[in-house]
Ligand binder design. Structure first.
Ligand code: 2P0
Length: 321
């Protein structure tokens, strides 16, 4: 049996940065994201009794055991969960421009969970799929749905994604700005453990419910200013815990800081925009249509040869024939 699914990636406006249970990937906090149209992963999952080994192809290239380990472990975990066995082949294609420097684990594990479930004809709801995707990668939980999505903290059963507005009628864009770096980054999994040594980590966690509620209210009232301010605050809180961890670390590069200052400067000139930053040096700028070209020109003037991808709301997972 064979099935193919497409999932779009998402960027958190209220960040997830810590696990309650490492194996189950239940989070210490709820998070809230925007699914993006510009970036997605297509994954085909095939299981067949004639297969003699498990294999994983990424962008048409067969991956070695090392690169396949996380994916194989994930599928073995799912097979055990549903009492299934047998070898499989996975073909995954990332339509995430490498130039955008965006992580693809959210779309990758959401597409994989969905293709897996369909190939075995498991009768699962989207909520069930978000739970399955979660055990592959935390942020994948949210990529099951489109638009604005909340991932609720909780236990293995209750920590699932909930759509807030799958088809938002909003003029909201995210400009993904690539910041080049040769520096080896700390993985998200490691970074979010280390961040918990920060004296600011617990106070941040205590603010989580309130920040989620405020963001939901900003979305309900279509208040771009509130949404942008809260998203920027959440990113700054996350990166502040990294800087104040023991040992201290940061994903920021000099160009990241240049972009932060540029966004502050643009705001002071009346060009409304906000930033969010994940576990890497790239900056995503939240803005509305009328300011996109002014912001892009300002970024290009500041940084030579930087790549910018304009994204807006994307859909939830779907099956492809
Ligand atoms: C997020 N990030 O909410 C946060 C903000 C990065 C910064 O989720 O260990 O690949 O697989 O659960 O989901 C990136 O981490 O980590 C992430 P795992 P994941 O989007």
């Amino acid at each position: 049996m064979e099935a193919t699914a497409r999932a779009h990636t998402n960027i958190a406006l209220i960040k997830y940065w810590g696990k309650k249970d490492t194996a189950l990937k239940t989070p210490l906090m709820s998070s809230l994201s925007m699914t993006l149209d510009a970036f997605y992963t297509d994954t085909t999952f095939i299981h067949d009794s004639n297969l003699t080994e498990d294999s994983f192809y990424l962008n048409k290239i067969k991956q070695n055991d090392n690169n396949s380990e996380r994916v194989f472990n994930y599928i073995h975990h799912l097979q055990k969960l549903f009492n299934l066995k047998g070898h499989f082949t996975i073909y995954s294609t990332n339509h995430v421009p490498t130039s955008a420097g965006l992580a693809s684990s959210a779309s990758a594990f959401a597409a994989l969970a969905t293709a897996f479930a369909k190939s075995y004809q498991l009768d699962l709801s989207l909520t069930d799929l978000s739970r399955l995707a979660r055990s592959g990668s935390g942020s994948a939980t949210r990529s099951i749905f489109g638009g604005f999505v909340k991932w609720i903290k909780g236990n293995d059963q209750t920590s699932i994604a909930v759509p807030i507005d799958q088809n938002p009628d909003w003029d909201l864009h995210m400009l993904a700005v690539e910041v080049n770096t040769g520096v080896k980054k700390i993985s998200s999994s490691k970074g979010m453990i280390q961040a918990q040594t920060s004296p600011f980590y617990l106070p941040w966690l205590e603010r989580n419910d309130e920040e989620i509620t405020m963001m939901e209210n900003a979305i309900k009232s279509k208040n771009f200013t509130k949404l942008g301010e809260l998203a920027e605050l959440s990113a700054n809180e996350m990166h502040a815990t990294n800087l104040t961890a023991t040992p201290s670390f940061t994903y920021f590069e000099p160009q990241t800081l240049k972009l932060i200052k540029l966004i502050q400067e643009l705001r002071s000139q009346g060009i409304e925009c906000y930033y969010t930053i994940d576990a890497g040096p790239n900056v995503k700028i939240l803005a509305q249509k009328n300011n996109l070209s002014a912001i892009s020109s300002a970024v290009h003037t500041l940084l030579d040869n930087v790549k910018i991808v304009d994204a807006s709301f994307g859909p939830g997972v779907k099956f492809l024939d």
